[in-house]
Structures are given as structure tokens and as C-alpha cells.
Design a protein around this ligand. Structure first.
Ligand code: TYD
Ligand code: MG
Length: 450
């Protein structure tokens, strides 16, 4: 019999090294190597083959039809729903709402008499029942078990025969028959591989919950990404109710869709019209405020940008950018000074994207620069104006992608004027385009426009 051996495995890339080092020799990350005992044989190899070759024309196309969960924003990201036999990894920080989302999705399926199983290795049956009660999820077709032993979980799959199964979380699962140590990257990977084999063999759509590490990656991310079909990440700012769901990898569809939710007392509520929500509390006529039509995935979103400029004290001026890229803001402040003659070198500058959105696309450059200019000069931007455009080092404005969709969304929400780069095409009905070649022109026209 082959002897097991000790290796040092990287928690980031899964690469193995024969001895410990401060830096992973495979991916170059620091302090990611952990000791583990490597199994003499790969456990996934023990699963009997369940596939049968067939002429391509005889393959049943309906077998891969997604089944809607009934949670629209989730179905949007999944490209329609959950594909039978597929494995989806749902990643997100603790407390972001992963368990809540999945409980709601299972309840929605169970409501339509679809047999579903929720396996929790994190919470007791009582805890989950209480939550289910609050969410209106006490459905007879929703089965629950608190379990961490993978062999038992697989036995429960036989007993309940669910159409959809949730395992919350993959990091809490253990398989005592595996030689990898509990909680190690290797064990998480092996458990995921085994569950994947079971899901494929039985046609169960399986969702694994995955914790993210402090720097935002799923624990052992690349390892798990290879094992599963779909990776979905659930994000949001801790102090905001807004939650964003996006596909990072998707074998059955596009990764461009974005799902939006609001965390409420009654669980997660889909946001079919987020722009309206983002602008609901906007105060008209205040300097430093401007609206930018941004695109998240395929979705146009109107987001308010705000800037505040104050006299700086002694020492170097403060720069604060929430939901925005710091480097991009410094860049825009430099261009404002050199190319538009608006200097904030003696001032503190605070800027933020309202509503907990992260706004990092260059299409927001012009709006951010105009917000700072408006705050610095204390001249408000007209309420019905939006700004779109990328700013170059020479102070020139450049066209951005999907301008038509951005403008259409602005028109839908009642904006009548858009400041855009000179080369922009035609506007949709209801929007007047103000074309500007440079940032200086845009500031001049935007802050003095009637
Ligand atoms: P949870 O789903 O447990 O997060 P995760 O599984 O990602 O760790 O959600 C936890 C947070 O959500 C918790 O702080 C309370 C909040 N919450 C609500 O605001 N409303 C609700 O209806 C529920 C169930 C949770
Ligand atoms: Mg949870």
C-alpha cells in the first residue's frame, strides 16, 4: 500500500510544495502554505462512472434546461435558474445574507411542490426553523438537516431524493474516511468533488455555500472553482441594505448579469428598479451632487455621486473616496487642476457613490470630476442633468461603451440633459445632448447650463 506523505498546500491556488516556505512557489502569494497529509489516491476516483456515450444528435437537450427558483434576481444571474445536476458555489462574507437567500430560494421551490433539502453545518435545526418561520418558509417539501459528516449527507440525498440541495457551508463538511485533515483546503476540495460527483450522478442541482477569506477570495478559491460549474458571489457594504449578486464563472450562461437585493426585516427583496431607489432621497440644487448612468453587468443603473470640498488644515490635504477608486480620484483631481484650472491642492476632498454601490468604471470620470468642480466652486449642477464620459490625461473626453442604454435609462427616470463626449451618437427621445470636447468645456457648460 502506498504511504501517505506530508505536503504543504497553498490555500490560494492549491499548489503543493514539499516543504514550508513563506511564499507559494506556484502562485507567489505570501503566507498561504499549510501543512497537510496527502492521500495516496484521489478519493473522487472511487466514484463509479455514470456517463454513457451517445451520438450527439441523440443527446436530450431538455436535460440541461434551467429550473427557475422563483427568486427573479437570482434566476437572472443564473441565466434562468438551476440546471439539474449542476453545482453552484455561492461565496460571500459572513453575515452578507447567503443563508437567507438560499432559504428563500428553497422555500420558493418548495412552494411549488419541488422536493428540496437544506443541509446546514453552521446552524442548528431550531435556529433555521426560527428564521424559516420569519421568512414564511415553513413548506412541507423543504427538508432540513443539521449535519457535517459528508457520508451522512449523501445518505440523506438517497432518503429525501431532493431536486435541489443546499450545503451550508462547504467548509463545515468533513469526511472522516478521507486522509486529508478536517478543515484543510484539501478536505474542502475533496468534499466538494464528492458532492459534485453525487450531484451529477443523481441530477440534483446542488448549491454549496463558501466562506470568503478576509481579502475577498473564497477559501481555496481556484481549487473549488475548477470543481464546480458556476461560481456566484454575493456582495454588499456592511452598513447598507443593498446586496449585489454576480456570476464569476458560469458554465451554462453569461457572467454579465447582475442581481440586486435589499436586505429587509422580512429577508431579501429583489430590486427590479434600483435606479429609482438610489435616487429616492436625492436633494435637489445642492452643489457637489451629480447623477451618472453606469452599467453593472448588462444593467444600466443611475447612481448619484457626491463631493464635498473644504479648506484643508495644516499638513497634507485629505482625500476620501467611498465606493470609488482612490487612484482614479487622484488622477481626476490632477487633470482638473492642470487642464481645467480648478485646484484643490489646498483643500480636503470627500467623494462618494451613494447607496453602497462601487463605481469604478471610467465612464464615471466626467461625473466625478464635475462633482468635485461643482463642490469647489459651490455651483450646483442642474437637477435634470447626467454626465457620461472618460477623462484623458490631456483633459479630453472620450466616448464610453453602451451610451445608448445609459441615456435611455436616464430618460426613463426623467433626466432631460446629458453632458457627453463630442463624438457621441444620437440621443434617445427626451434627452438633449450637450457635447463637450474637454473636461474644461463640460465644467463650463454643466455648471452654468440653465
Ligand atoms: P445570513 O443569511 O445569516 O448571512 P450569511 O449566511 O451570509 O452569513 O444573514 C445574516 C444577516 O442578515 C444578519 O445580520 C441579519 C440579517 N437578516 C435580516 O436583516 N433580515 C432577515 O430577514 C434575515 C433572515 C436576516
Ligand atoms: Mg450563513
Amino acid at each position: 500500500m502506498a504511504r501517505s506523505r506530508t505536503v504543504f498546500r497553498c490555500t490560494e491556488c492549491g499548489g503543493a510544495a514539499p516543504q514550508w516556505a513563506g511564499r507559494c512557489p506556484a502562485c507567489g502569494e505570501w503566507n498561504t502554505l499549510v501543512e497537510e497529509v496527502e492521500a495516496p489516491s484521489a478519493p473522487a476516483a472511487r466514484v463509479a462512472p455514470v456517463s454513457t456515450p451517445a451520438p450527439i444528435g441523440e443527446v436530450d437537450p431538455t436535460e440541461w434546461q434551467p429550473r427557475p427558483t422563483g427568486i427573479d434576481e437570482l434566476d437572472r444571474v443564473l441565466g434562468g435558474g438551476l440546471v439539474p445536476g449542476s453545482v453552484t458555489l455561492l461565496g460571500g462574507e459572513p453575515g452578507i445574507g447567503k443563508s437567507t437567500l438560499l432559504l428563500q430560494a428553497l422555500a420558493s421551490l418548495a412552494e411549488r411542490h419541488v422536493q428540496v433539502l437544506y443541509v446546514s453545518g453552521e446552524e442548528s435545526a431550531q435556529q433555521v426553523r426560527l428564521r424559516a418561520e420569519r421568512l414564511g418558509a415553513l413548506q412541507p417539501s423543504l427538508w432540513f438537516v443539521a449535519e457535517t459528516d459528508l457520508a451522512h449527507v449523501i445518505a440523506h440525498l438517497d432518503q429525501v431524493a431532493p431536486v435541489v440541495c443546499v450545503v451550508d457551508s462547504i467548509q463545515t463538511m468533513t469526511a472522516p474516511d478521507l486522509t486529508s485533515s478536517a478543515g484543510s483546503v484539501a478536505q474542502v476540495r475533496d468534499c466538494a468533488a464528492r458532492l459534485t460527483a453525487e450531484a451529477k450522478a443523481r441530477g440534483i442541482a446542488t448549491i454549496l455555500v463558501g466562506h470568503v477569506t478576509k481579502d475577498g477570495g473564497l477559501a481555496g478559491p481556484r481549487v473549488l472553482e475548477h470543481v464546480v460549474d458556476t461560481v456566484v458571489s454575493f456582495e454588499g457594504e456592511r452598513h447598507h441594505a443593498l446586496r449585489l449578486l454576480r456570476a464569476v464563472k458560469h458554465r451554462f450562461g453569461s457572467t454579465d448579469e447582475l442581481g440586486l437585493f435589499e436586505m429587509t426585516e422580512g429577508g431579501l427583496v429583489g430590486l427590479p428598479d434600483p435606479s429609482k431607489l438610489f435616487l429616492a432621497d436625492r436633494r435637489a440644487g445642492v452643489s457637489g451632487s451629480i447623477v451618472v448612468p453606469t452599467i453593472e453587468g448588462h444593467r444600466p443603473l443611475l447612481v448619484e455621486l457626491q463631493a464635498l470640498v473644504t479648506d484643508g488644515g495644516a499638513g497634507s490635504p485629505r482625500r476620501s473616496a467611498q465606493g470609488l477608486d482612490h487612484g482614479r480620484m487622484s488622477f481626476l483631481l490632477a487633470v482638473l487642476q492642470q487642464r481645467a484650472g480648478i485646484s484643490v491642492s489646498e483643500h480636503d476632498v470627500y467623494a462618494l457613490a451613494v447607496g453602497g454601490v462601487r463605481l469604478v468604471e471610467p465612464a464615471a470620470d466626467l461625473a466625478l470630476a464635475m462633482a468635485v468642480a461643482s463642490a469647489r466652486l459651490d455651483m450646483p449642477v442642474p437637477d435634470d442633468l447626467v454626465a457620461i464620459g472618460e477623462v484623458g490625461l490631456g483633459g479630453e473626453l472620450r466616448q464610453v461603451g453602451q451610451t445608448g442604454r445609459r441615456l435611455a435609462e436616464a430618460a426613463r427616470l426623467g433626466f432631460t440633459t446629458a453632458i457627453v463626449p463630442r463624438s457621441t451618437g444620437d440621443a434617445p427621445p427626451g434627452v438633449r445632448l450637450v457635447r463637450a470636447a474637454t473636461l474644461a468645456d463640460a465644467v463650463h457648460m454643466g455648471l452654468t447650463a440653465p
